[in-house]
Structures are given as structure tokens and as C-alpha cells.
Design a protein around this ligand. Sequence first.
Ligand code: IPM
Ligand code: MG
Length: 356
Amino acid sequence: MTRKRVVVIEGEDAAPEAVRPALAVIDALGLPIEWLHPPVGQAGIERTGSPFPEEARRAIDTADATLFGATSGKSALALFYLRWGKGTYANVRPVRHFPGARSPLARPEGIDLVIVRENLEDLYVAAEGDLADLAPLGLRSLTAGRPVHELGPGRFALKVITEAGTRRVARFAFELARRRRAHGRPGRVTCGTKHNMLPRSDGMFREVAQAVAAEHPDVPFQSLIVDDLAHRLVATPHDFDVVLLPNLYGDVLSDAAAALVGGLGLAPSGCFGDGAAYFEPAHGTAPDLAGKNAINPTATLLSAAMLLEHLGFADAAARLEAAVAAVYAEGRVLTPDQGGTATTTQFCEAVAHALG
Ligand code: IPM
Ligand code: MG
């Protein structure tokens, strides 16, 4: 089997404490994977004077994938490169309940949905300015009934939705729904937008999703207003399979949905583009846990399982997920966020042990 090369970017605060023992767990699987550790963030600054040196960029460009911890700033340039530089437009965030994980719901068993978040557009084009800059455009607020620049002094942020950007992520979501159906899941897509207030931007996202739905007549499709979707995600999470969202709603709702199944400590993600993919827990760097060996590494382990699947090691990915599930089911070695007293490394050792 050909050797795979994976860049590892540990990130800041407590994130490296989850990444390092997670790599040890993967190593125990005995796969032909070479980990590359280019200097990024603080290490990059110390070694080269830059938090994201050319060497790190080249490593990402030539590797098969990247595993990212989490960043509170110093590794942000690397994260931006992994998203916008590599065009990873589909952010896949599984929300699955493992029996034994702490949920605020009475019956979380069986929750198994995936958020597909558009990863590059929307408010994340991060183009902001002063309202006064808009005066030459004479752009009118539909609700206020007068030019936007007259609403200030103040600021604006642009929400940008493109047809091509929406079509590719919508197609990704429908293809994922088909693959899930092949594995016994319902295989349907729910799209969430605020098309009632934003008929041109969110409205177009919805129309493109509807057009892509027509290309996939075998995949049931539903379009909801995003606040209704938010309510239903909490009230009836079992009804959902693949949830397609523009970037910011996807960011917000993926954290909310994670809370249903045990919290951010269990929420993995994988970001996919045409020629690139990277994997990272959906959570931040947990600075309050830094240096305590207490961060829950499950999100990192499950992100690594998505990485393994992407690299073609599907059996190993399934084994890793089953081992994580076994540790939760047994309930003896859990981290403090799950009501346990285990350290991060003890949890990872329990997972390695469950791998057999
Ligand atoms: C996430 C994070 C990022 C985002 C931050 C770190 C920029 O919250 O991956 O969900 O907003 O996308
Ligand atoms: Mg987020």
C-alpha cells in the first residue's frame, strides 16, 4: 500500500494536548502514514520569524491531507490557507450520539446527522467597511426604506453568496446523502436559509439547492427557514440526515448541534475541496484547559477517523470509531466534560486498548 503523507498542525493552548496522544492512537493502527510537522504558529515564529512559513505551505501543498488542532490566533494563517488557499468549500460536521456521552436531551440515542457547511463564502469573505463608503452606491435598505449610508455612522459587513459556490457545496451534500443511504441512513437533505428576509442572497442559495435537488430526484429534499431549522434541530434531531447551510449558519448551528450529543469535545469536522482536504475538531483551543491534560480528545480522534477514511483506510477508520464508541459505552474512562476524571492521555490509552 502506498505511503500517505499527512501534515500535522497542532495549534494553540490545549489543542496540542489532544493532537499528540491522538496521533499515538493512530500509530497503534500500524498504517503506512508519515506525519509531517512543519513549523507553524509559535514554532514557525521561533524557527523562521513567520507563523506560516513557505516550508509549511509547501508541506500542505504536497501532502495527501492535513490534520489541524485548533487555533486561537498564531496558527490562523495556516487555517486560512487550508480553507481559502486550498479551496476546501465543503465543511462536513457529523453530529452523532455515542451512548454514554453526556447529552442534555432525554433521548439522544440514535441522533446521527451531518451538517454540510459552505466553507468559503457568506460573511466569511470578511469584507467590512464604513457605511459612508456605500454612499456612492446609493444602495437602499428594503426595511428602513432609505439609503444604507444614511443609517450611520456605522459599519457594514458583506454577505456574499455565489451561484457556483453554492452549486458545488449543494452537490457535495446530495452526493453525501446518497452515500449515507447506501449505509442504511435515510439519505435526505435539509437546506436552511433566511430566504424570507434575504430573497436575493439566501434566496439564491435556496434556489440553487432546489435545482441541485432536481438533479438528484432519488434524494428527498426539504428547505426550511433557518430559525425554524434551529428549533427543529433541538426539538426533533432524529428527523435530520444531511443539513446543508451557508457558512455562518453552519458555524453557529454546528456548535449548537454538538451540544445535543455531548458537546464540542465530541464534534469532528472534515473540509473538502477539489484537490485538498483537511480535518479538525470543530472546537476552539480551550485555553482554560491548557496544560491540564484534561481536554477531551474525542473530536480530534473522530476527525482523524474522517482523515483515515479520506486516505482510503476505511476499515481502520471504522475500527477507530468503534473503539471510541466502546470507551463511551463502558463509561469508566471519560474526561471531566463528560463527568469523568480521566486525563486526555488516559482516554486515548483506553481507546488504543479498545482497538485491541
Ligand atoms: C470553526 C471556527 C472558525 C470559524 C473560527 C476559528 C474562525 O469557529 O471552525 O467553526 O468560524 O469557522
Ligand atoms: Mg465555529
